[in-house]
Design a binder for this molecule. Structure first.
Ligand code: ZN
Ligand code: ZN
Length: 136
């Protein structure tokens, strides 16, 4: 499997040749703010498996986990592209809306569902976690 994607203006693009380690929809408040929607999509890859070209600007804030999250976006068109959560070292999240082939995204779970809004819509078949899934 190989995935690729780019921002709205095309200045930032990426490729990755391995499947995501996991993926899901995050309903936390910061994902609502940055996506302008009810949740954000995230496909998680080992950071060194993703090749990014173009200038990415990162904004860092404290996430619902209490740990810092860096969110990467295109400084020209503002498209949200990447997430680097301190809680998962060496992992990079890619926003599925930026994919070249949108059907490459297969969400496996909903997380931070305790933060979801009344107008949020979730797929019934996916496991739901009120916050982060339990880590082993
Ligand atoms: Zn752009
Ligand atoms: Zn989130």
């Amino acid at each position: 499997m190989s995935i690729s994607g780019k921002c709205l203006c095309g200045a930032v693009s990426y490729t990755c040749s391995i499947p995501p380690v996991f993926s899901g929809n995050c309903h936390c408040n910061d994902c609502k703010k940055t996506s302008g929607s009810g949740y954000a999509t995230a496909m998680f890859f080992p950071e060194d498996s993703v090749s990014i070209s173009g200038e990415v600007k990162y904004f860092e804030s404290k996430g619902s986990s209490g740990k810092m999250v860096k969110r990467g976006f295109c400084p020209t068109c503002g498209s949200q592209m990447f997430g680097i959560p301190e809680v998962m070292p060496d992992m990079l999240a890619i926003r599925a809306g930026s994919l070249e082939n949108l059907s490459d995204y297969e969400p496996q779970m909903d997380i931070y569902t305790s933060h979801s809004t009344v107008w949020d819509v979730m797929a019934e078949g996916l496991p739901k976690f009120p916050e982060m899934p339990p880590q082993d």
